[in-house]
Design a protein around this ligand. Structure first.
Ligand SMILES: Cc1ncc(COP(=O)(O)O)c(C=O)c1O
Length: 403
């Protein structure tokens, strides 16, 4: 089953509400070390330090050592925004971080992150002043000159920022054909230091080429007029595979850092060797034999055709395991893959083990990890869940363990 990133974009940017209501719980937790004695049945998320390092080295090789602005929005794509920043910050390839929510930017500073943080998301004037006070770079695309003057007058130094130019995605960013006057206005102010200029691809391979052309023409016209645009950047994970001409001065990937191919067809190229750095696991809580004709799940979604062993695992859609997983995804237990059957409820799912009782209570069940067959892309391919949903929808309250 093909599942593209664009269906993720259509799904929007909804975050679990808890992220808004209790950001401290979700984002500012210190990394949790794995404990071999831990026998909790509840689900947990593992973050693989070595795989992260490997992925960053791979990205750096691919982009000829250009700096990497690591996109760690939406709770670090499920890893925990502070966890991931703490793991990545020491790596020399990482120039800084990009997040969308202001509270995530603040929680990074609270966690001691010192590298630059670019705020891709919205802010009001007070937020802007607060962000600047904490060395957070705003992404600007509206006439904010007077507000920036006020802030700079108070702090007695120019406000560093990035400018966002919309070359066709139509989401945020000043339209490229109206960008010049805005950029000139900002650049002419003593209150402003343009550190970067950016755009976002639509990830429509043909139109992307037109977007690069629009961006390059807009930037070079401004540069010819003496406007310094700072580091130009555009490349997300998709562009790492598709658009070497868009690597520019810096790249801005998210999903590739976590070792996941944003499009399944990229796995079949040898452009980048990515190793998943995020896993979802839990322990089997119940094993039983259904008799032929017995049912399982709400609405009796599953009917046993023969006597069959099933295992119940305490992972459901409230944990971030998508409902569509019941349409073909597999879960690994003791090295074997078993299909998710019936329906995924809020806190449980059921896997079909077969005619033999091969699984017991307490066995570790892996929903996705780095192994072929249970990679996030495998889950995506088998049931149609986007890899973005698999990672970003992981409940922020699940424990994160760095392994
Ligand atoms: C502005 C911007 N840049 C970069 C990224 C990273 O994208 P990806 O995770 O596909 O690499 C995103 C994520 O959607 C984004 O919104």
């Amino acid at each position: 089953m093909k599942h593209s990133r664009r269906s993720f974009l259509e799904a929007g940017f909804a975050l679990p509400a808890v992220l808004h209501s209790a950001p401290g719980l979700a984002t500012a937790q210190p990394p949790i070390a794995v404990s071999p004695q831990d026998s909790s049945f509840d689900p947990w998320v593992e973050i693989h330090r070595e795989n992260l390092r490997h992925n960053i080295a791979e990205i750096s090789r691919r982009v000829s050592a250009r700096p990497v602005l690591a996109v760690i929005k939406n709770n670090g794509y499920g890893t925990g925004v502070a966890n991931i920043a703490q793991l990545l910050e020491p790596l020399p390839e990482i120039l800084g971080f990009a997040v969308v929510k202001l509270h995530e930017a603040f929680s990074l500073r609270d966690a001691g992150i010192r590298k630059p943080i670019l705020l891709l998301g919205p802010f009001d004037e007070q937020d802007l002043a607060d962000a600047v006070a904490r060395d957070i770079l705003p992404m600007v695309y509206t006439p904010l000159g007077p507000a920036l003057d006020k802030i700079a007058a108070k702090t007695q130094k120019p406000v560093p920022l990035h400018i966002c130019i919309d070359t066709g995605i139509g989401r945020v960013g000043v339209p490229y054909h109206q960008a010049a006057p805005l950029v000139r206005d900002l650049a002419s102010r003593k209150s402003v230091r343009i550190q970067g200029t950016m755009m976002t691809f639509t990830e429509d391979p043909d139109f992307d080429k037109e977007q690069v052309r629009r961006f390059s023409e807009t930037c070079s016209a401004l540069e010819k007029q003496g406007v310094a645009l700072g580091k130009k950047h555009a490349a997300s994970s998709f562009s790492l595979f598709q658009h070497p001409d868009a690597f520019l001065d810096m790249v801005r990937p998210g999903m590739a850092i976590y070792g996941i191919y944003s499009e399944n067809e990229f796995r079949r190229t040898n452009i980048l060797d990515l190793r998943p750095a995020i896993s979802l696991k839990a322990r089997v809580i119940y094993v039983k034999k259904l008799r032929k004709g017995d049912s399982a799940g709400y609405n009796r979604a599953y009917m046993a055709k023969d006597d069959v062993w099933v295992a119940t695992i305490p992972v459901g859609h409230a944990d971030g395991w998508p409902r569509v997983a019941a349409k073909g995804a597999n879960v690994r237990v003791n090295g074997d893959l078993y299909p998710v059957v019936a329906s995924v409820s809020a806190s449980h799912c059921i896997v079909e083990i077969g005619s033999e009782e091969k699984v017991k209570i307490g066995d570790v069940a892996t929903f996705f990890d780095a192994q072929p067959g249970s990679r996030p892309e495998d889950v995506s391919e088998s049931c149609g869940a986007s890899v973005y949903d698999l990672t970003m929808h992981l409940n922020p309250l699940l424990p994160r363990r760095i392994v």
